[in-house]
Design a protein around this ligand. Structure first.
Ligand code: AKB
Length: 313
């Protein structure tokens, strides 16, 4: 029987698009989507789908056996803003789902794991601009603590048990196909929806809050490419820094005004401002570029054009 891929958390912002990209590459029947809730129609209609709770180790193992899974992409997670509201739940979900798949790999029941980390692993004591791959990491959010701890465990399982686990630190991801899922960077998607509907947007971050961001297609390419790279090229086994863009809400508004000249933005920072202030403004991702050839394609104005064209349809 052919070796297959299982995506856990396939109904989320990244999961839906990652599933379709992997199905195009490896064949619809070879990519099994799973989540607690159904994914979008494209995912549901194009290939196998299982209802699966990422925290349920036995159910995960059952799905792995049923479909003869080789690679698991663990995309289920509680993001930064939601996890601040439900700290214990966020920690439980983010850690137990990771241990479930790490242990499956340790016991040779699966071959490889993709697990996403985030710029949230950094904290207020980290150098803010061009944040290096190796630097001070004192995250102050539950999400960031869970991702940093997860990174340590990934490296440990790789060194101690030879587990082939690969990870990247996603910046804020911007897409038009699936709504965002409770992150601090969600404003950069909401702004497009509101610009098109209302011609105005009230941002929950301040005008000058620069954050690392990326268009979803670039993030999917990075995810697929790090898994395609030969194992010996993956020199970092906690998680790679990954960068594309860095912009402020004000700069994004200016880019939108090139298409919608009467668009206006107001600023009403809430609890997410504190989270954003603790994160880097820009990231040095030279190690990913050197080790496995990472390159981004989409700049800010191209991203704005793609978002506006597709959301207006
Ligand atoms: C969030 O805002 O929580 C996420 C992330 C940067 O990991 N988008």
């Amino acid at each position: 029987m052919e070796k297959r891929i299982l995506i856990i958390g396939a109904s989320g912002q990244i999961g839906n698009e990652l599933t379709m990209s992997l199905r195009n590459r490896y064949g619809n029947q070879n990519v099994i989507a799973s989540d607690l809730r159904e994914a979008n129609a494209l995912v549901m209609e194009s290939g196998p789908f299982e209802i699966l709770d990422a925290m349920d180790g036995k159910a995960t193992e059952k799905a792995v056996k049923k479909y003869n899974i080789a690679d698991v992409y663990l995309m289920a997670a509680m993001l930064s803003a939601t996890a601040e509201k439900f700290p214990a739940k966020g920690w439980d979900l983010n850690m137990s789902s990771l241990f479930n798949v790490l242990n499956l790999a340790k016991d040779k029941k699966i071959e490889r794991i993709f697990w996403p980390s985030s710029i949230a692993v950094f904290g207020p004591t980290t150098p803010k601009t061009n944040t290096p791959q190796h630097t001070i990491m004192e995250p102050t959010t539950v999400y960031g603590i869970s991702k940093q701890t997860g990174e340590r465990w990934c490296e440990y399982y790789h060194k101690r048990y030879g587990v082939d686990v690969r990870s990247i630190r996603y910046p804020g991801l911007i897409s038009y196909k699936t709504p965002p899922g409770g992150g601090t960077t969600d404003y950069a998607i909401e702004i497009f929806h509101e610009a098109l509907k209302e011609n105005k947007y009230t941002c929950f971050l301040s005008a000058q809050t620069a954050l690392p961001m990326m268009f979803m297609d670039d993030a999917i390419d990075a995810t697929v490419n790090i898994m395609l790279a030969p194992s010996q090229k993956i020199k970092i086994r906690n998680a790679y820094n990954l960068a594309a863009l860095s912009f402020t809400p004000q700069e994004l508004a200016v880019s939108i005004q090139k298409h919608i000249p009467d668009f206006t933005i107001a600023y009403q920072p809430d609890f997410r401002q504190v989270i954003a202030d603790s994160w880097p403004a820009s990231i040095d991702d030279s190690q990913a570029r050197k080790d496995w050839g990472w390159e981004h394609r989409i700049d800010l104005d191209t991203l704005t054009k793609i978002m506006i064209e597709n959301l207006s349809k």
